[in-house]
Design a protein around this ligand. Structure first.
Ligand code: L34
Length: 293
């Protein structure tokens, strides 16, 4: 069994991005700039946004974080987005999800200028992704694709099972892996809460991607010997082994599944760091006007 080291792979890719950022600054006089909007005090979201800021500074991308209290009105948030949409200094804009219940995620995402939508969540960019047109790929699916690529994992003709149909992971990763591309050319089965025989289907997977949001849901009985297991889940569970009082676990029971998988991503240090580098890559694309010129 091999561990897919997302942290190390992300470190490598960040070096490559840093060189490209330096080149853009030296030759085009352009400083890439990411804006992130963070609403409320959710500790996980705060950590993720902090990691994004830190990674930006490591590669030379400017970042601005706009923090708002959880009682901000939808109108105020839409105005903030409009302001950033019109700021020529800003290349990319993300609104960290989830948002408080009184704000429509759909309206917020649709208000982001598609040219600055480095999360790839705007319907225009989702449509382009579906059609295989140049666009910003959503960061977590893009990060997974890059892990498969960098670890030389063959995908062509493989049975890929995705657990979870969210707009930000399950649905797009299933589209990307079924495309005529490399990585790609998989036969993809997308499972969700209404799927019958989920365990049996999971066990048929050569590549199993788990993004359903249930701690340690996948055990060794659900995994075929030699399968590649990608764990997208990330949960804070109480623990007396750590100073913080919690530890991170994924949707996969790592200890049990590591014995049957050929490759497996850990949590933390797997998909999470790759989500961040994918965002940096999209921001660089936005600054170079590679997608919308
Ligand atoms: N708009 N909302 C928007 N874009 C995104 O791409 C995200 N996502 C997901 C949640 N909401 C979003 C993220 O940023 C998940 N996500 C994310 C980002 C970073 C990490 C995990 C999830 C991450 O840094 N993970 C570290 C551990 C961090 C910790 O200590 O909690 C890891 O090693 O997995």
């Amino acid at each position: 069994m091999k561990i897919i080291d997302g942290k190390e792979t992300a470190k490598q890719i960040k070096k490559e991005i840093a060189a490209e950022v330096a080149d853009l600054i030296d030759n085009k006089g352009k400083d890439p700039h990411l804006a992130a909007i963070l609403v409320g005090e959710d500790p996980a979201s705060q950590t993720y946004v902090r990691n994004k800021e830190k990674s930006c500074s490591e590669v030379g991308i400017l970042s601005s974080v706009y923090r708002y209290p959880s009682d901000i009105t939808e109108k105020e948030l839409l105005e903030a987005i409009e302001y950033i949409n019109n700021d020529d200094e800003i290349d990319g804009l993300i609104v960290q999800l989830p948002l408080p219940d009184h704000i429509s995620e759909k309206r917020v995402i649709e208000s982001i200028n598609p040219a600055k939508d480095v999360d790839g969540f705007h319907p225009m960019n989702v449509g382009k992704m579906m059609l295989g047109l140049p666009t910003y790929l959503p960061a977590t699916p893009y990060g997974i694709i890059q892990l498969l690529e960098r670890y030389d994992i063959e995908t062509e003709g493989k049975n890929c099972v995705v657990l979870g149909r969210s707009h930000i992971v399950g649905s797009p990763v299933s589209v990307l892996l079924s495309r005529k591309a490399n990585p790609g050319n998989c036969t993809v089965t997308l499972c969700h809460s209404r799927t019958k025989n989920l365990k049996k289907i999971a066990k048929s997977a050569d590549i199993l991607i788990v993004a359903m949001g249930q701690p340690k849901f996948v055990t060794h009985e659900m995994v075929k010997k030699g399968a590649v297991v990608i764990d997208v889940g990330i949960h804070r569970v109480p623990s007396d082994e750590t100073k913080s009082g919690y530890k991170l676990v994924g949707d996969v029971d790592f200890e049990k599944v590591a014995g049957v998988a050929s490759y497996i991503t850990p949590v933390p240090g797997g998909v999470g760091p790759m989500t961040i580098v994918s965002l940096l890559q999209n921001t660089l694309k936005a600054a170079r006007k590679e997608v919308y010129s």
